[in-house]
Design a protein around this ligand. Structure first.
Ligand code: V47
Ligand code: SF4
Length: 372
């Protein structure tokens, strides 16, 4: 029985049975989740999420020491929410890092200063599978033990198509070169009605899921994201999570689910207002309640901001990503609070302790490295 800080006899009759199911650790269906998401008062939703968070992870709050490498912001696709990509014809506003520049970005750090490199960027027509295999090999040559989490399914779909190899062949080649896992980006919203509005021209939901399934099959773990807070309705959020929960039942390869809040700076959807912090809390909470088979719910602090990240630690979240060291531009260009996102280990552990949670440095696959 979950220890809820709320008296469920006070709860609306239409959701009382759903709450009972959750508090006895039974899986809830998609339609029950939709009812709960639409009808549960904030206090109930948040207390359920917190109880589940504490059941899975206690007080533990995970972070890692990482940097991002964004090889380019030139992109053949035209996602309406993206503030950072530029088309090849706008090359003067773009960047294209050479392989040596990317290797130098890693070389700058001492061995114990970072444990993970997260490589993700625009889909450049000239940076293909061969190019990235070389990037990975060269990084591994100088830092054999660093974890390389790289390439969204969107980048992988394009790379494999251009190189005329199957997803399995392409992923095996990258794994052989030294890539360890996949990040969760590019998922956006799987439902076609919304996907067609916000990112019609990139990989489909089915391709995204197939690429992650294939990665899991060959022993590469991954994360999953959702981009929320734009045109989607509750139904689309549940549909998205449902496809992920089914795949996770099959493979068990997802480490974390990461809700990404749509930020409205400098993109083609800037006319949309950003959703409220209450909507953020409800999104993360419903994710924690729904995913009985994904261990970690991550709040990516450079996107959602430090203060909301702290609040989210009471509403389902147990992971806040990493130290970053000002190595990513995706969210600063979309108007996020931190224009130069970086936190030292001290900053990050303080942030976690301030809300009475236990900071734990982890590696990329959630082995505990140090308790603070
Ligand atoms: O797929 C782009 C999102 C994602 C905006 O796996 C935006 O550990 C909000 O997936 N407002 C890429 N979101 C980043 C990503 C990620 C980040 C951190 C950790 C991990 C992980 C994955 O960023 C894209 C898209 O969903 N994004 N523009 C925007 N304006
Ligand atoms: Fe390109 Fe990714 Fe931006 Fe879409 S979100 S335009 S795929 S960089």
């Amino acid at each position: 029985m979950l220890d809820l800080s709320i008296d469920i006899s006070q709860v609306d009759i239409s959701i009382r049975d759903i709450v009972k199911k959750i508090s006895t650790s039974k899986r809830i269906s998609d339609s029950e989740t939709l009812t709960l998401f639409n009808k549960a008062p904030n206090a109930l939703l948040l207390s359920l999420a917190n109880a589940i968070r504490e059941k899975h992870n206690g007080n533990n709050t995970f972070f890692n020491k990482n940097i991002h490498i964004e090889p380019t912001n030139i992109c053949v696709f035209d996602c309406k929410f993206c503030s950072y990509s530029r088309l090849l014809k706008e090359k003067s506003q773009g960047w294209e890092h050479s392989i040596d520049e990317m290797v130098d970005m890693v070389k700058k750090y001492k061995v114990d200063e970072i444990t993970e490199v997260h490589i993700v960027g625009g889909v450049h027509p000239k940076m293909g599978l061969k190019y990235f295999i070389e990037v990975i090999k060269k990084i591994k040559k100088i830092r054999p033990n660093i974890h390389i989490k790289a390439f969204t399914a969107v980048e992988l779909e394009y790379m494999c198509r251009k190189a005329k190899v199957s997803y399995k062949e392409g992923l095996k080649m990258l794994k052989e070169a030294g890539q360890n896992s996949l990040p969760g980006g590019g998922a956006e919203i799987f439902h076609k009605d919304i996907r067609d509005i916000i990112c019609k021209d990139k990989c489909t939901a089915e391709q995204w899921l197939e690429i992650h399934e294939t990665a899991h099959e060959i022993g590469m773990q991954s994360n999953a994201t959702i981009l929320y807070g734009h045109y989607e309705k509750a139904e689309h959020i549940i549909d998205h999570m449902s496809r992920l929960r089914k795949l996770q039942d099959k493979t068990g390869g997802f480490n974390a689910f990461i809700p990404l809040k749509y930020r409205n700076g400098n993109n083609q959807m800037s006319h949309l207002k950003e959703v409220s912090v209450i909507d953020d809390l409800r999104m993360y909470a419903i994710a924690r309640i729904y995913f009985d088979n994904i261990s970690h719910i991550k709040a990516y602090w450079p996107m959602i901001g430090k203060e909301t990240t702290q609040n989210l630690l009471a509403f389902g979240v147990d992971d806040i990503d990493g130290t970053i060291d000002d190595s990513t531009k995706i969210y600063s260009m979309a108007g996020a609070e931190d224009q130069n996102p970086k936190m030292s280990t001290e900053d990050i552990t303080k942030l976690i302790k301030k809300v009475n949670r236990k900071p734990i440095e982890r590696d990329s696959i959630y082995n505990e490295l140090k308790v603070y």
